[in-house]
Design a protein around this ligand. Structure first.
Ligand SMILES: Cc1cc2nc3c(=O)[nH]c(=O)nc-3n(C[C@H](O)[C@H](O)[C@H](O)COP(=O)(O)O)c2cc1C
Ligand code: SF4
Length: 480
């Protein structure tokens, strides 16, 4: 029997991981951002600590951890910031979580029971599996220290001494890059014990998943991080009270953490003013589909969608006559919106919600007038059926049911009752499952039928006619 050695284990791990590694497309270096904060001045090579510091990096961490007193208007005031002051600044910024739900970050941080006597954890959600979303991998690949600094600031604000960044397993090169950045930060005394001589301790580790979409759901992520099968937990209890290893835990998205250093350096009010009320700062949109220049675009919250489309080069082959038909504005889980509605929207949580969809993770999928909406829905439905973890019946059975019905419509076998059936199956999934994947599977179905019913009916009608013709052709005596 071959002895089990460390090198054997490493070789086996490399064999497994090589199946999952993808090089990562460079999507952020086109110089077409507007007032960028996270992607500012990046060129693909300047990701190291020295480059980040040259861009003002780690000034925010130094600012909050500064020691001693200083004179201000004759009074002696403490330099540095207290944890409460950091949280107040993040609240003032109106930063909302960039992972999908848009929950106010400062408020989430205030839920952490800081006085809890045992271990508390901070977790960064870099699982990024939402179809259309490709921003977090670029942040980690090309500006990893912004995430590390943001996490260190968050840990200080919540009194946390251990953190993990859970990175999508299929971007192994990015995981390795992040590990390198962690080493640099540790060597410079920016992570570890007694950071910058302040007495603050924060150990940060990277961890990689294996590519399951559901591991992006925060409680499934925690299960996976604990080494278990990545399946969502019932909530409540929420991670703030029962998180990693059952301890109080705060989870935020990669982009959320990367936004924090700018806020602390420039102030929450300045961040808020970059965007619009209740929607502070900038947002990175991953624009894909039928546009000339797909990529990541960082623009202020509240930028008109028409401007974002223009930055992305407009609808692909517009000169050849192609026009905008519809947009999925926030990743595959968000309801589709027709062009006429989308062109009146600004890109922020409130405007997109008012229009009947969600900003989600900011993955903007553009569909031109050549796209068949039945086929588009078929692809989406297949994805959710494939990614359902199978724990709850409405999602496990319902996602398969949705796909099968859309598939038969697409194959010309649709029945007149199928659209009502689709809506009814979606109704029986939405709001009846352990996690929001069920909702994510149901909402696109309802939106597609609401806005593009005529396309579904057009695919069904020939069959209705065919059935009627067959019926007429069969002699009455044989029809009993
Ligand atoms: C099925 C599913 C997949 C998710 N995938 C991700 C993901 O890849 N990245 C992410 O940050 N959040 C994802 N979320 C949202 C997380 O559960 C959580 O809300 C988020 O990480 C919180 O961070 P934020 O407050 O900074 O947005 C997902 C949610 C669901 C239901
Ligand atoms: S909704 Fe779907 S993915 Fe979420 S726990 Fe239930 S079966 Fe799993």
């Amino acid at each position: 029997m071959t002895p089990v050695s460390k090198s054997n284990i490493n070789a086996a791990a490399q064999r497994v991981l090589s199946q999952f590694s993808a090089s990562g497309v460079q999507t952020s270096f086109h110089g077409r951002h507007i007032n960028p904060q996270i992607l500012a001045d990046l060129n693909g090579n300047n990701w190291r600590l020295k480059d980040y510091e040259a861009r003002g990096g780690y000034q925010a961490l130094r600012k909050i951890l500064a020691q001693g007193d200083s004179q201000s208007a004759g009074d002696t005031v403490a330099v540095g910031m207290t944890p409460d002051q950091v949280i107040a600044e993040v609240k003032a910024s109106s930063l909302r979580g960039r992972g999908g739900a848009g929950f106010p970050t400062g408020l989430k941080w205030s839920f952490m029971p800081r006085q809890f006597p045992g271990q508390k954890y901070l977790v960064c959600n870099s699982d990024e599996g939402e179809p259309g979303t490709c921003k977090d991998r670029d942040i980690m690949q090309f500006n990893p220290h912004s995430v590390i600094e943001g996490m260190a600031i968050a840990a200080y604000a919540m009194g946390i001494s251990v953190g993990y960044n859970y990175i999508h397993g299929e971007i192994f090169a990015t995981y390795q890059r992040f590990e390198e950045a962690l080493e640099e930060a540790r060597a410079a005394g920016l992570l570890g014990n007694n950071i910058l001589g302040s007495g603050f301790n924060f150990q940060l580790h990277a961890s990689h998943g294996f590519g399951a979409y559901i591991c992006g759901e925060e409680t499934a992520l925690l299960e996976s991080l604990e080494g278990k099968k990545g399946q969502p937990r019932f909530k409540p209890p929420f991670p703030a009270s029962f998180g990693l290893y059952g301890k109080p835990t705060t989870i935020n998205n990669t982009e959320t953490f990367a936004a924090v250093p700018w806020i602390i350096r420039n102030g929450g009010q300045a961040y808020l003013e970059c965007g619009k009320p209740n929607n502070g700062g900038t947002k990175i949109y991953s624009v894909s589909g039928d546009v000339e220049l797909p990529g990541n675009y960082e623009v202020p919250m509240g930028t008109p969608f028409s401007k974002l489309l223009e930055l992305a080069g407009g609808v692909k082959n517009a000169k050849g006559g192609r026009t905008l038909k519809a947009v999925i504005p926030g990743g595959s889980s968000s309801p589709v919106l027709p062009a006429s509605i989308m062109m009146d929207c600004t890109m922020d949580y409130d405007s997109i919600a008012k229009a009947g969809s969600m900003l989600g993770s900011g993955a903007v999928i553009v569909l031109d007038d050549s796209r068949c909406m039945v086929e588009s829905l078929k692809r989406l439905s297949y994805f959710y059926m494939h990614e359902s973890c199978g724990q709850c019946t409405p999602c496990r059975e319902g996602t398969g049911w949705l796909w099968r019905v859309v598939d038969r419509i697409h194959n010309g076998m649709g029945r007149q009752s199928d659209l009502d059936l689709l809506n009814s199956v979606a109704d029986n999934i939405q709001g009846r499952t352990i996690c929001a994947l069920g909702d994510a599977a149901a909402m696109p179905v309802r939106a597609m039928i609401k806005h593009f019913r005529h396309e579904f009916e057009a695919m069904i009608k020939p069959q209705i006619h065919q059935a009627a013709a067959l019926q007429a052709a069969v002699p009455a005596a044989t029809q009993a």
